[in-house]
Design a protein around this ligand. Structure first.
Ligand code: GRG
Length: 297
């Protein structure tokens, strides 16, 4: 990725971060200070902001305004952070390091961490509903997209299959389904929310290409995540590597060697890039897809 693209990513992350920072600033309830601190602890802990960046990029691709996509970008990051907090809990993955910091429950205790995740998740829908730069009808569609990718056939379902895989090895079909729900769904939702913010209807012809791009980078993203868990370091990743092996989880590396998995991720990336090649101004999304496969964290 060239230096201009990297700067663009940083600018987008900064745009989202400055809005997220203000989110809870008008709270007057002294009783809630601790839970808000817990929510902000994880929300503002860094993170690549990939999902907001995808939403903003698709909105721009189709001529929309950043202001219209920004609330959706914030909501995506809030849901993602909620899922990370819950994923790290002792009853799920029991991890103590995330985004280079002790995990939420390690700092604030289990019940506060659980509620901090719940709070971010629920507040995300409120942020979407308050987007004044698109119609109420479009906000309802955005809420439906986010609900679909978070619920039974999204993050929750994917995490459930993941947990099942700790007691019984998953077949390749179940693994793909798990990754589609656990990781791919929110990435696809990010692209679709960007389109909605630009006024592109979900029945528009172009959505097929958007889905193709998002599905391919979503799967590639998870494959690279599996690879990094094996070859990455805690310093690079900001979380403990080797967690999948420790938990006896089925991953792509249960079926492929590291080299084969990387090759597969690159093929998926190529298909993603091809899906958008006919669109003017799709250069950033092309570079982003390649960056996501080559990343080291
Ligand atoms: C509370 C919505 C909600 C869900 C509960 C716990 C759970 C169900 C789902 C967890 C899903 C999960 C953690 C999937 C992993 C997705 C993934 C590859 C995360 C890493 O994303 P990055 O690399 O992380 O974008 P950063 O830190 O950069 O944001």
């Amino acid at each position: 990725m060239n230096s201009q693209m990297i700067q663009n990513m940083k600018n987008d992350a900064e745009l989202v971060n400055s809005s997220l920072k203000k989110l809870y600033s008008d709270n007057c309830d002294e009783e809630l200070l601790k839970i808000i601190e817990a929510m902000e602890y994880s929300l503002m802990a860094g993170g690549k902001r990939i999902r907001p960046i995808i939403a903003l990029s698709f909105c721009r691709l189709f001529g929309g305004r950043d202001e219209a996509a920004l609330p959706y970008a914030m909501a995506l990051e809030m849901v993602h952070t909620a899922s990370l907090i819950h994923d790290d809990l002792p009853c799920i993955d029991n991890d103590d390091l995330r985004r280079g910091r002790p995990t939420n429950h390690v700092v604030f205790g289990e019940s506060t961490a659980l509620l901090a995740g719940d709070g971010l998740l629920m507040d995300a829908y409120g942020v979407i509903a308050e987007n004044k730069l698109v119609s109420a009808e479009i906000n309802i569609q955005a809420i439906k997209v986010l609900s679909d990718c978070t619920g039974t056939h999204g993050l929750v379902g994917g995490e459930f299959i993941d947990a099942m895989g700790e007691t019984l090895p998953l077949g390749l079909g179940s693994l793909k389904k798990m990754d589609e729900y656990k990781t791919g769904a929110l990435i696809k939702a990010s692209a679709l929310l960007g389109c909605l913010a630009a006024g592109v209807s979900l029945s528009d012809e172009r959505i097929k290409d958007v889905n193709l791009y998002a599905e391919n980078i979503g799967l590639a993203f998870q494959i690279v995540d599996d690879v990094l868990d094996v070859i990455g370091s805690a310093e690079e990743l900001g979380k403990n590597p080797g967690a999948d092996e420790k938990e006896k989880k089925s991953t792509y590396l249960s079926f492929y060697t590291v080299d084969e998995a990387v090759k597969y991720a690159k093929e998926l990336t190529r298909d993603a890039v091809n899906a958008l090649s006919k669109y003017e101004n799709s250069e950033f999304l092309r570079e982003l897809a390649i960056y996501l496969t080559d990343r080291r964290n």
